[in-house]
Ligand binder design. Structure first.
Ligand SMILES: Nc1ncnc2c1ncn2[C@@H]1O[C@H](COP(=O)(O)OP(=O)(O)O)[C@@H](O)[C@H]1O
Ligand SMILES: [Mg+2]
Length: 255
């Protein structure tokens, strides 16, 4: 479904993502872990098109999308949670979701199909708003939502686009304890659909352990481990990363 080959980006002399080759299969949730500054977000930015690769390539469903802008990658089915700043702060929750549903669907040319489409679109938007548990807030403006609810809205918009690949970059960061299970439940539900390719950057190892079919470890921009969760979690490189101790020696051994 998705593959990066020797994907690399340099910022000045610094190699933030360093020849990362990795393929992601449908029906699989891959957790991408690694210490702060490892290159996880930059790797996502290269895949989704927010950044251009210095070297290497990105392939989606067998098509080389390395030189395509983010918008056409989205159209091809690459789904990255939007930042709320890119949405419409003064529109309501349900209107924001409705626009995403509309972007996904094509309107017919006669009035009857436009009406049917409008009605179906609105129904779909409301059901997505319910699904992310924002029903009570559906008429509030996006800008007025507390942080946790904004993240839920991002997920609703992402689901409205019906992507083949879902990318979540620390989806529960900064959330209250009440909100975290809502987001994790949504990711769990997507996983249960069995046809989605899901990439999840997450620091909480209990979450990773529960959700991941596979763990990829990045360190200093390099892919240093890739495999089944239990096996990867047991590796010294991961143990040390998550205990916050020095990584240097063990990582050299691991690579
Ligand atoms: N636009 C940029 N310009 C310069 N350096 C960047 C830029 N984006 C990221 N970096 C650097 O790339 C490295 C990886 O960052 P990042 O991908 O955000 O790490 P992570 O998400 O794993 O914490 C860091 O050293 C960061 O400072
Ligand atoms: Mg990051």
């Amino acid at each position: 479904m998705l593959e990066t080959r020797d994907l690399t980006i340099r910022f000045g002399g610094h190699v933030a993502v360093d020849h990362v080759s990795c393929a992601f299969q449908p029906g699989t949730l891959t957790a991408i872990v690694g210490p702060n500054g490892a290159g996880k977000t930059t790797y996502f930015n290269l895949i989704s098109g927010q950044l251009r690769a210095s070297e290497g390539s990105v392939h989606l469903k067998g098509v080389d999308i390395t030189r395509e802008p983010a918008s056409s990658r989205t159209q091809r089915g690459l789904g990255r949670a939007f930042q709320l700043t890119q949405l419409f702060p003064n529109l309501s929750v349900v209107e924001n979701v409705r626009l995403a549903v509309q972007a996904r669907r094509r309107e017919g040319l006669n009035l009857w199909s436009v009406w049917l489409d409008h009605r179906n679109t609105l129904e779909r938007a409301h059901s997505l708003v319910e699904r992310v548990q924002l029903g009570a807030r559906s008429d509030d403006t996006a800008a007025s939502l507390p942080h946790g609810d904004q993240r839920k809205l991002e997920v609703a918009i992402l689901m409205a686009l019906e992507p083949s690949v879902y990318m979540f970059d620390e989806p529960t960061a900064g959330m209250s304890l009440d909100d975290v299970p809502v987001i994790l439940d949504l990711i769990r539900q997507l996983k249960e659909q069995r046809d989605k390719t899901i990439l999840l950057v997450e620091h909480k190892m209990d979450v990773v352990r529960e959700l991941a079919d596979r763990i990829v470890v990045l360190h200093n921009g390099k892919l240093v481990a890739d495999g089944e969760p239990e096996r990867v979690i047991a590796m010294p490189v991961v143990q040390q990363a998550y205990l916050g101790t020095s990584l240097g020696v063990t990582l050299e051994e691991a690579t």
